[in-house]
Unconditional design. Structure first.
Length: 182
């Protein structure tokens, strides 16, 4: 179906308008193809993409490795301190007041001897990295708490040279022949 000319237009003017519109559409289509082709070529050109990925991923990988190494080191040091504190509490729990036991047949800890055993054990095993912050002795239980200083490896780059961790251990005197309390 042909478009009818508007009032005041001749058929030749309508044809010119149609051909101008067709030309503009064709030019726009050409420009669009040209831009799409450039975009496709840009997308296909992968030179330098590995550099961008390396610049982005390498620092993240280094941070992850640092966290894994420092985290493992800190956990190992924490376990060493925790074992030392638990062993100190266990050593203190063996300091039974013998005189009281002979008189009453009741197990009770000797405060002075338990304190000496626990602090001596911690001092031997601290290696300059642990400081006893509390030693609590009740008649049937010993609690030892300490702060352990852990030197960091990769966190030093962020200005953190050491971290302080709190460790606690407890023990009680176990006694008996076949079962506890016998």
């Amino acid at each position: 179906m042909r478009a009818q000319p508007h009032l005041g237009e001749s058929k030749s003017n309508t044809t010119q308008i149609r051909s101008a519109r067709a030309y503009t559409a064709q030019v726009n289509k050409y420009k669009m193809r040209k831009h799409l082709w450039r975009l496709l070529l840009f997308h296909r050109d992968r030179r330098g993409q590995y550099l961008v990925q390396t610049v982005i991923l390498l620092p993240m990988l280094m941070i992850l490795v640092g966290l894994v190494l420092d985290g493992g080191w800190m956990y190992w040091q924490y376990r060493r301190a925790e074992i030392a504190v638990n062993a100190a509490a266990q050593a203190a729990s063996h300091a039974i007041d013998v005189d009281h036991f002979r008189e009453t047949n009741e197990v009770r800890l000797d405060d002075g001897e338990a304190y000496g055993a626990a602090s001596g054990y911690v001092n031997i095993n601290q290696r300059g990295q642990m400081q006893v912050t509390g030693l609590y002795i009740s008649p049937n239980r010993v609690w030892v708490s300490a702060n352990a200083q852990v030197q960091t490896i990769f966190f030093r780059l962020a200005g953190i040279s050491s971290l302080t961790m709190r460790v606690e251990g407890q023990a009680y005197p176990a006694f008996g022949i076949n079962r506890e309390g016998q």
